[in-house]
Design a protein around this ligand. Structure first.
Ligand code: CO
Length: 162
């Protein structure tokens, strides 16, 4: 497998809805392993496949409790929203955005053995998990900003209006 490259906003791969994984096969397992390595190398706590340009519903996450490898996650329960929390994103370097999300969530997902598992998350892990699930739907932290704060410089020179 070629080395994974983290896609940076406004890369179009970040805006696509990722496809369901039919089976967690050899290819998916290898991808999850490489995604884990990429996440640790870039000092992230989560990484979703669209961030490395691959349209699959796959996530790696380590919010301090070890590496989790997740396919096809669905949020099945959520608590009321916590106070806003500043989030960063490997795909939007240098930008922090306050996002308000449920404090606790329960998801169901498929693990590496193809089993459907239920797992609850709270605190930082819950925030990170929801952030990564957003990536699978093409949603980014800047989408939580009001429109008048959403302007973000594109790559290259920004021309000033005459
Ligand atoms: Co992100």
């Amino acid at each position: 497998m070629a080395p994974l490259r983290v896609r940076i906003y406004p890369d179009a791969a970040l805006r696509k809805r990722a496809k369901e994984v039919r089976t967690v096969g050899a290819e998916e397992k290898q991808l999850l392993e490489f995604m884990g390595k990429t996440m640790y190398a870039t000092k992230g706590i989560g990484l979703a496949a669209p961030q490395v340009g691959i349209s699959k519903r796959l996530i790696v996450l380590d919010a301090g409790d070890g590496l989790l490898k997740i396919a096809n996650p669905d949020i099945i329960e959520k608590s009321k929203s916590a106070s806003p929390f500043e989030e960063g994103c490997l795909s939007i370097p240098g930008k922090l955005v306050e996002v308000r999300r449920p404090e606790r969530i329960t998801i169901s997902f498929t693990n590496e053995d193809g089993k459907r598992i239920k797992k609850s998350f709270s605190g930082l892990a819950a925030k990170a998990m929801q952030h990564e699930i957003d990536h699978l739907d093409g949603k980014l932290i800047i989408d939580y900003l009001p429109w008048y704060k959403r302007a973000f410089p594109k790559k290259g020179t920004v021309k000033c209006p005459q």
